[in-house]
Design a protein around this ligand. Sequence first.
Ligand code: 5AD
Ligand code: FES
Length: 365
Amino acid sequence: MYPEEAMMQGAVFGVPEEFDSHGGQSFSDAQLRQLLEKAEYEDALFRAADRKRREIYGDKVYIRGLIEFTNYCKNNCYYCGIRRDNKNAVRYRLTKQEILACCAEGYQLGFRTFVLQGGEDPYYTDALLCDIVSDIRTRYPDCAITLSVGEKPKESYRAYFEAGANRYLLRHETANSAHYGKLHPESMCLQRRKQCLFDLKDIGYQVGSGFMVGSPYQTMDNIVEDIRFLQTLQPDMIGIGPYITHKETPFSSFENGSLALTLRLIAVLRLMFPYALIPATTALGTIHPQGRELGLKAGANVVMPNLSPVGVRELYALYENKICTGEEAAQCRGCLERRVRSAGYRIVTAIGDAATRVSRPAQPS
Ligand code: 5AD
Ligand code: FES
C-alpha cells in the first residue's frame, strides 16, 4: 500500500479509528493536513462524513431564519464590509415591530429558530435587546432564539438569556493570536473573544463558533489550531464559510477562500464533531452556485435563509455578491426546499437542538 493510502485508511476509515470522549474521531495534525490538502482523499472523506451525519441526524436539515437587524457596527474588522470606517455603507436598523414582523412571517413558513444578527451597535442597549427578545419569547414559546451581536460583558449575556435567548453565535475567527491581530485592529483581542465564548457556555447558551476559510494570512497551521480550539470549546454549532473580499475594506486586494478547502473542512468537522450543527453557509452559496448543496453532501446539516425585509438585504453586505438579496422569505424557503431535496436531504420544521448527550448513542468502542 502506498503511504498515502495507508494514511487515508488510518485517517478516514480508521485502522484503527480512535474517538475522543465526545464521540469525535481523533486525527493527528499530520492526518488533518493530509485530509485538507490532498484532493485524492476527498471522495472517501465526503463519504465518511455523510455516513456519520446520517448515523446521527439521518437526512434531516434544520432551517434557521436569519434576521439581520442592524448593519451599524462600532468595530473595524479588516475583512468586513460593515466595518465602522466603510463610509460608503448605507446603514439601517430594524425596529422591534419590524423584527417581530419577520418572526411572524418566518413562523408561518415553518421556522422554529430565529437568529437575530447584527453589527456591534450600541443603539441596541441591553434593555432594548432584552425587550425585543422577551417579546419574541412570549409570542413563540416553541422557538429557539439565537443572538449574534458580538462581544458583550457576561452580565449582558446573562440578561439576554434571562429574557429568553437560548443560543448564541460568535465565531472565534482564528484561534491564533498573531493571526487574530492581522485580521482585527488593536482594540480587539483573541483572549477576550475566547472569554466571551466560555462565558456564554457557562451561562447555559447553546454556543456556535467558527471561522472563515482562506481569510488573509491564514495558514494550514492556523486551521489546525482552529480545530484544536473547537475541540476545547466543544460548541453545539460550528459555522465556517469562505472568506469573500469586499472592496471597501483594507483587504480588498485579497483572494476569496476556496470552495474545496471549505468542503473538506466541513467533512473533517463532521467526523470530529459528529453531533454538531454545521450550516451550509450563505458565503458557501455565494462562491459557487451549488455551494450549499455541496456543503450538505460534505456533512453540513443546517441552512440559514434570510428573513430580513428585502429592502435592507443588500445593505447587510459583509462581503460582495451575497446571494438571495432579492428574494422574499417565502421564495427563499421554497428555493431552499428544492435545493436541499436535490442534494438528497429533507428540511424539517423543528427547533433542531444539537443531539444531546442523553440522546447520543453509546460511544463507539
Ligand atoms: N467574507 C466571509 N465571511 C465574512 N464574515 C465577515 N466578513 C466576511 C467576509 N468578508 C463572517 C465572519 C463573521 C460572520 C458573521 O460573517 O466570520 O463572524
Ligand atoms: Fe434564498 Fe435560494 S435560498 S433564493
